[in-house]
Design a protein around this ligand. Structure first.
Ligand code: ZN
Length: 244
């Protein structure tokens, strides 16, 4: 399935059940000998996301026996205290809009920073030297904690503060949403693409509803719009594979 030789070391994937983190999980399984996943319950409006995590994990195990052997434990950490502090449209019923700072109201201040601290503490305990996240600064990058500069600074802070040598890998950082579909195709062919279409969850409104060519969702929230546009661009380009 993949040209990669798995290494002896392990990785912890920040796994939300969305399209991006599902591709990151496949990327990790193609590359590392032991891969565990971590999800965060920070009071999301939608339990849908947590259910998608399990369906994607199960689908990967069923469709990719080589990867099933490497896929280890799943961890869910309770960050509802943080969610209460960082209240935003993702965790309340406020409308999705742009704020005066030019950030979407779906932005949860410091979310990825907090995720990485918790993930690193877990990775330390689990003996996993690599953290993998789907942060991406291409396309719609209203989130300052998704930028590679931020991730580099965070990696340094984690390593200094935990006396560690973690690497924080962000395989989607420079990819467009179309290229992310192409990466799924390169890693796992049509089987992985269809799994991500059918089972991963992106919609901010938590709607599953109708299955569009790009997946389930309301179709007009910013997350659905981005996912659909990426799919359309990828299909229009002839569904090219993206080299991992
Ligand atoms: Zn939506």
């Amino acid at each position: 399935m993949t040209a990669f030789r798995p290494t002896a070391d392990g990785a912890l994937v920040l796994f939300s059940g969305g399209q991006d983190s599902a591709v990151c999980l496949a990327w990790a399984l193609a590359r590392y000998g032991r891969v565990e996943t971590v999800g965060f319950d920070y009071g999301q409006r939608h339990i849908v996301e947590m259910e998608a995590r399990q369906r994607v994990r199960t689908g990967l195990q069923q469709r990719f026996p080589d990867w099933a052997a490497r896929l280890g434990e799943d961890h869910v950490l309770d960050l509802r205290g943080f969610g209460a502090v960082a209240e935003s449209a993702l965790t309340t019923d406020r409308a999705i809009e742009m704020t005066a700072r030019g950030l979407p109201s779906t932005f949860v201040p410091g979310r990825n920073l907090v995720f990485l601290v918790y993930a690193a503490a877990l990775a330390d305990r689990r003996g996993l030297p690599v953290l993998i996240g789907g942060m991406c600064e291409t396309d719609y990058s209203g989130y300052p904690d998704c930028r590679r500069d931020t991730i580099d600074a965070m990696q340094q802070a984690l390593n200094l503060g935990m006396e560690q040598t973690f690497r924080v890998e962000t395989p989607l950082m420079r990819l467009t949403k179309a290229q992310t579909w192409g990466l799924a195709a390169a890693l796992g062919g049509e089987s992985l693409v269809s799994l991500i279409v059918e089972e991963s969850h992106t919609c901010y409104r938590g709607e599953r509803g109708e299955l569009h060519p790009w997946g389930h969702g309301c179709g007009d929230c910013p997350a659905c719009a981005l996912r659909a546009a990426g799919w359309d661009a990828w299909v229009a380009a002839g569904r090219p594979a993206t080299a991992p």
